[in-house]
Design a protein around this ligand. Sequence first.
Ligand code: HAM
Length: 428
Amino acid sequence: MTKGFRNITGTFDILPDRYTSDGSTVESSGAWRYVERRICDVMARYGFREIRTPIFEPTELIARGVGQLTDIVSKEMFTFERGDTNYALRPELTAPVMRAYLQHHLDQRGGVQKLFYMGPCFRAERPQKGRYRQFHQFGAEIMGTDDARSDAETIALMMEIYRVLGLKQFKLRLNSLGDEHSRPKYREALTKYFEPYANDLSQTSRQRLQSNPLRILDTKIERERELLSGAPTLLEFIDDDSRKHYESVKACLDDLGIVFEEDPFLVRGLDYYTRTAYELESPNVGAQSALAGGGRYDLLAMEVGNDTPVPAVGFAAGFERLFLALAAEGVTFPDSDSVEVFIVALGDRAQQWAFGEAVRLRAHGLSVAYDLRGRSMKAQMREANRQGAAKVVIVGDDELDVGIAILRDMDTGDQGSVELSAIRDALK
Ligand code: HAM
């Protein structure tokens, strides 16, 4: 297209049919809905209820929640001003969900809150396969308990969703980040370890050495990964309670037979985590290997203004990477919406009848389509096929005059005539 508008780079349209553009495939809206429904089913089985929050929030909430020094807040936020308030398109939902939890006093609704969500998020990252500027997450949060079983339950829920959808190739990595007291000690040890190698580090890592040395652990650079093998690990610095908590989470996962790999260098790109941190990886989503990630964030409530901590844990996952991983493993899903009945009409009067009959049959609960362009019988039959119609009603002006139509079963190929007044019963 030379003239006119295009969608913004890093975003995409979801169309009724799957399509490929610039080398990436976007699944049909039917496939999205199918996956969303399966996710909702699993969430319901696990006792999670849906929460929907606005797609924009005060920038301050996200900055304080996710952390000023994170890439997300320092480089990737879409922000705008209106009056004297600065807003951000949400880059994630954990901070917004915590805001809603505190604002609506959900802690007073009795028991623990188990919440799930799905919807668009926005990060101004450099777009590439599996990485977009508008992407879609589903996620779940358990708020109001620090019981290790709740950490394990969010992991079990996440794994169950991928199992139900048919994903087989993945790796679950697990770590504990300790509490707010262990982190500064570890940061110090890490800085001390890396300082002699400062000249070998990339510019990004050198900056991180000053601002946030834990982020160096995330490096993908081979030379830096080698250096990591001699680096101190967080586990050497965590407090006894965090260690016990970590052991309990692992025991719960063992109980459920969930296979995981302990990764002492697993750190997450958001600053609110304490204790449990985890990530699910797929070998099939390119450089962006994380399908989902999560962990415990007991101090987030205080970061966003609450006087006391709210123990909480959860995860979020990307739909786009899920689709990439499923496609790579050859998993397919119903990708378009098929109709039950297609009316093929030939002649002006028959076409007018088809129009009215379609609406009448739809009122009785059937999904019905017909041709809106007065095309040939062959073209209409092709369209019926394309739309996946199970039954086709064929009428011409002559049939209309004698009050009958032909009813064809598209699976068996059987066909016979029916009276127009009996069509509805015949279709049931
Ligand atoms: P996160 O690791 O930043 O965690 O994002 C979770 C998932 O969102 C990633 O694993 C990935 O699948 C997807 N994702 C992130 N950025 C992009 C992008 N630019 N393009 C495509 N997909 C992307 C969080 O957001 C936390 N709120 C998770 C959490 C919930 N922690 C506790 N509760």
